[in-house]
Design a binder for this molecule. Structure first.
Ligand code: ADP
Ligand code: MG
Length: 699
C-alpha cells in the first residue's frame, strides 16, 4: 500500500474544504461568527460579508495551488457540471492579478447552457442559465492530475428564476420540512431548537470490474449494462462474496477512494463486499441532506476516477448483469433538530413518544397518499431493470415497521375507549435500532431511528427522492398541527387525529416478504399496487395531487414539473434507443461474423468427416443449433431496426416511451436469448467477447 494512504486520517479529513477552521484563518473573527450564523440559520448573506468571503476563498485556494474556480451544480441530466474560470485578471497598467470577483462568487451565467436538458423551460433564444452560490454547502478544492480547482456549489435556474437543477427544489423542500418541524416542536413545548433538518446517509453500491474486460464490452462502454451474456456456471448461490475478505487490489482502490473522500470532508465509514460477485458498498456517515446529496455526487465521481486509475471500471448502473443482484443506494433518512434531537426516534416521556408517533403518522400518511410520486422520483430507464428483480425491492411502495410497532399501532387504533383515551394512556414498546427482524425486502423500512428507503438506484442523484420525502412529510405534519392549533385537550385531540390517520393508511404497512408473488396479489387487494413501468410512473410528476402538493411549498411549480416529466420520459427513450443501436452494432459487427465463421468451420468439418465415413453427429447438432439461432437473431435484428424506424414516426412522447417499453425492450430480450444460446456453443476464441464468467469470476 502506498505511504500516501497511511497519512493521518484526521489531518486529511476536510483538508480540501473551506471549513470553519479555514475561515478562522482567512476571515476576521467577527465575519466568521456572522457567516456561521447565516449558514446554520439559513439567513440571507449581505454583500459586504460576501465580498470578504470571496477574497478569503480566493486566498485559501491560491495558497493551496488552485489556478481556477468553477460553479459546481447538478443540472437535470443528473451529472455534475462545472465551467472553469481562471483567477487571472489583467491589471490596468499591465500584468495580471488573481481575483475572485464578488459577482463571480455569487452568480454565474451559463450563456451556452441550452445544451443542458430543460424540458422546454428555456428556449434556445433565451438560453441563459444562472448559477447561484449555495453558501450552505461549503466550497471545496477538486484535485486531480490536471490541477486544483476551487468548486463553488450552486443552484441552477433560468434567467427568470425557474429551477433547472435538482438542488433548488431540494432546498425548498428542506425549508418546508424545517417550518413543519418547528411547528411540531412548538406544539410539544420545545423552545430551544431553532431549526430542523433532514439527515441522510446513503449506502452506495457498485460493481468493480477489470477495465480490460470493460473495454471489450461495447454494451458496457456505451450503455452501462450488459445487453447479453448467459448465466455463469458459478452463481450467487454460493454466497461467499458478501462481507468476504477484500481482494488486495480492491482494498487498495477503496483506501484511495477513502483518502479522496476524506479530503473533501466526506466521512466514508464502511466498505465491504456486497452479495454479488464483484459488487461492493460504501456507506458514509449521515449528514444534512443537501450536503449529503452534494457529497454523494462527488462520491460517484471519485469512485469512477479512482477505479480507472487502478485498472478497474466502476459500474454504477442499477442492473449491469441479468440474473445477478442489482445496485441500489439505500437512502437512510431521519429528521434532526439543531439541538441534536432525532425526531424519528421514540423517546422516554409521553411528549417524546407522542412527537415520534406524530412524525411516524406523517410519514405513513404522506407515503400512502403520494406513493406514485415517490416511486417516480427514483424511476429511471436503468432502475426500471432493477426494481422487482433479483433481490431488489419490489416496485410496490410499502412501509416495514416490524411486528412490535405494527402491533402497537393496531392496539392504538382499536382502543376500546376511543372517545376518552389520550396519548398519555399509551406506552411504546422498546424498539431496538438493530432489531433481528430487519426486513431487507421492503422498499421503505423503519429501523428504530431512521427510515431506509431502498428504491433509489445506484446511479441516480439522491436529490429528487429526498425532495419528495421532505415535502410529503412536511405537508402531513402541517395537516396534523393545523388541527391542533386551538386544542383544549391536546393529547386527547392528538390521539384522535393520529388514530384516524393510522387507520386510514394502515394498508401501506407490510412486514412480510416483499419478494414473494403473493405480495403482488395482496397489494392489489389492499389497493396499494401501482404502475409497474417507468414511462407510466413518470406521469406521477404531472398528476394533480403532485402539482398541488409541490407547488404549495414552492418546491416545483406546474411548469417545472411538466419539464421534469418531459426530461425523464425523453431520457428514457434516448437510453432505449442507444441500447437498441448498440445491440444491433454488436450483433452485426461481432456476433454474427463470429457465429458464421464457426458455422463455416463446422460445415467444412462435416464435409471432411463424411468423406472418411466418420460420424458427424455432434458437428451436425451444434451446426443446426447455431444456424437456427443465427437465423432468429438476424430476423430479430431486422425487427429491431424496423422498430427504430417506427419509433421515429411517433411524435407523442408518452406513446413513444411506451412503444420502447412494451415492444422494443421485449424484442431486445428475444435477440438476447438467441445471443445467450450462441454464446454457450460458439468457440470462445472466435466469440471474442468477455462472458459473465470472464468478467465476474476471474480469480
Ligand atoms: P446497514 O447496512 O445495516 O443498513 P450501514 O452502516 O451500511 O448499515 O449504513 C447505514 C447508513 O445509515 C449509514 O450511512 C449511516 O450513517 C446512516 N444512518 C445511521 N443513523 C442515521 C440516522 N439517524 N439518520 C440518517 N441516516 C442514518
Ligand atoms: Mg442499509
Amino acid at each position: 500500500m502506498s505511504t500516501k494512504n497511511n497519512s493521518n486520517a484526521s489531518e486529511v479529513f476536510a483538508s480540501n474544504v473551506f471549513t470553519s477552521k479555514v475561515m478562522e484563518q482567512y476571515l476576521s473573527k467577527d465575519n466568521c461568527q456572522k457567516l456561521n450564523r447565516i449558514i446554520s440559520q439559513g439567513l440571507e448573506l449581505d454583500r459586504h460579508l460576501a465580498k470578504d468571503v470571496a477574497e478569503a476563498m480566493k486566498n485559501w485556494s491560491v495558497d493551496r495551488g488552485a489556478t481556477h474556480y468553477a460553479h459546481w451544480f447538478v443540472p437535470l441530466s443528473g451529472m455534475t457540471a462545472e465551467k472553469h474560470n481562471s483567477f487571472l485578471i489583467p491589471r490596468n497598467n499591465g500584468g495580471v492579478e488573481l481575483k475572485l470577483p464578488l459577482k463571480s462568487l455569487i452568480t454565474g451565467e451559463e450563456s451556452d447552457a441550452s445544451s443542458f436538458p430543460s424540458g422546454g423551460l428555456r428556449s434556445t433564444f433565451e438560453a441563459r442559465g444562472i448559477t447561484k452560490w449555495d453558501y450552505t454547502s461549503p466550497a471545496f478544492l477538486k484535485e486531480d492530475d490536471s490541477g486544483i480547482v476551487l468548486c463553488i456549489p450552486t443552484t441552477f435556474t433560468s434567467h427568470n428564476g425557474i429551477s433547472l437543477d435538482k438542488k433548488q427544489p431540494l432546498m425548498s423542500s428542506c425549508k418546508a420540512l424545517n417550518a413543519a418541524g418547528l411547528e411540531i416542536l412548538e406544539l410539544f413545548g420545545d423552545t430551544s431548537s431553532t431549526s430542523v433538518s433532514a439527515m441522510v446517509g446513503a449506502e452506495q453500491e457498485y460493481f468493480l470490474i477489470d477495465q480490460e474486460m470493460f473495454r471489450q464490452r461495447k454494451d458496457l462502454v456505451l450503455t452501462g449494462r450488459t445487453l447479453f451474456g448467459s448465466n455463469t456456471a458459478k452463481t450467487q448461490d454460493m454466497e461467499n462474496h458478501y462481507l468476504g475478505s477484500l481482494d488486495e487490489k480492491v482494498a487498495i482502490f477503496m483506501s484511495e477512494v477513502d483518502q479522496a473522500l476524506w479530503k473533501l470532508g466526506i466521512l466514508s465509514k464502511t466498505k465491504h463486499n456486497e452479495s454479488a460477485p464483484r459488487q461492493y458498498e460504501l456507506a458514509p456517515f449521515f449528514e444534512e441532506v443537501n450536503l449529503a446529496c452534494d457529497h454523494n455526487q462527488l462520491t460517484m465521481e471519485i469512485l469512477k476516477r479512482v477505479a480507472r486509475k487502478n485498472g478497474f471500471e466502476c459500474l454504477l448502473h442499477e442492473k449491469p448483469f441479468r440474473n445477478i443482484n442489482g445496485s441500489g443506494k439505500h437512502n437512510n433518512w431521519s429528521i434532526r433538530t439543531d439541538t441534536g434531537i432525532n425526531l424519528v426516534s421514540p423517546g422516554k416521556t409521553t411528549a417524546e413518544n407522542a412527537r415520534f408517533l406524530t412524525i411516524l403518522c406523517a410519514v405513513l400518511t404522506g407515503i400512502n397518499k403520494h406513493k406514485d410520486l415517490l416511486k417516480a422520483s427514483v424511476m429511471t430507464a436503468s432502475n426500471d431493470h432493477r426494481l422487482s428483480g433479483f433481490e431488489a425491492p419490489p416496485a410496490i411502495v410499502s412501509v416495514y415497521l416490524g411486528d412490535q410497532l405494527t402491533k402497537f399501532i393496531e392496539t392504538f387504533i382499536d382502543h376500546p375507549n376511543r372517545k376518552n383515551v389520550s396519548m398519555e394512556d399509551f406506552k411504546l414498546p422498546r424498539l431496538g435500532t438493530r432489531g433481528t427482524d430487519r426486513n431487507r425486502t421492503s422498499p421503505m423500512a423503519f429501523l428504530g431511528n431512521r427510515f431506509e428507503f431502498r428504491m433509489l438506484g445506484s446511479a441516480s442523484s439522491m436529490a429528487v427522492c429526498n425532495t419528495v420525502l421532505n415535502t410529503i412529510v412536511a405537508d402531513e405534519i402541517f395537516n396534523i398541527t393545523s388541527q391542533l392549533k386551538n386544542s383544549k385537550n391536546f393529547y386527547q385531540d392528538l390521539y384522535k387525529i393520529l388514530a384516524k390517520n393510522f387507520k386510514a393508511h394502515f394498508n401501506i404497512i407490510y412486514n412480510g416478504n416483499g419478494y414473494s408473488d403473493e405480495w403482488g396479489q395482496e397489494a392489489e387487494a389492499r389497493g396499494i399496487s401501482s404502475v409497474n413501468n417507468a414511462p407510466e410512473s413518470f406521469r406521477a410528476f404531472i398528476a394533480p395531487a403532485s402539482v398541488k402538493l409541490l407547488s404549495k411549498y414552492s418546491v416545483y411549480n406546474e411548469n417545472e414539473l411538466l419539464a421534469r416529466y418531459k426530461i425523464k420520459t425523453d431520457k428514457y427513450i434516448k437510453w432505449a434507443k442507444i441500447e437498441t443501436r448498440t445491440l444491433l452494432e454488436i450483433v452485426h459487427s461481432q456476433i454474427l461474423p463470429a457465429c458464421m465463421k464457426y458455422s463455416g468451420f463446422l460445415a467444412n468439418n462435416i464435409n471432411a468427416l463424411k468423406q472418411v465415413d466418420a460420424s458427424v453427429y455432434a458437428e451436425t447438432h451444434v451446426l443446426k443449433k447455431i444456424v437456427k439461432n443465427v437465423d432468429n437473431l438476424y430476423k430479430n435484428s431486422e425487427i429491431l431496426q424496423k422498430n427504430l424506424d417506427q419509433s421515429n414516426e411517433i411524435s407523442d412522447l408518452y406513446k413513444k416511451a411506451k412503444f420502447f417499453h412494451e415492444i422494443v425492450l421485449d424484442n431486445m430480450r428475444s435477440a438476447r436469448d438467441n445471443i445467450d444460446d450462441l454464446e454457450k456453443i460458439v468457440d470462445r476464441n472466435l466469440w471474442g467477447i468477455p462472458t459473465y464468467t470472464d468478467i465476474l469470476h476471474r480469480d
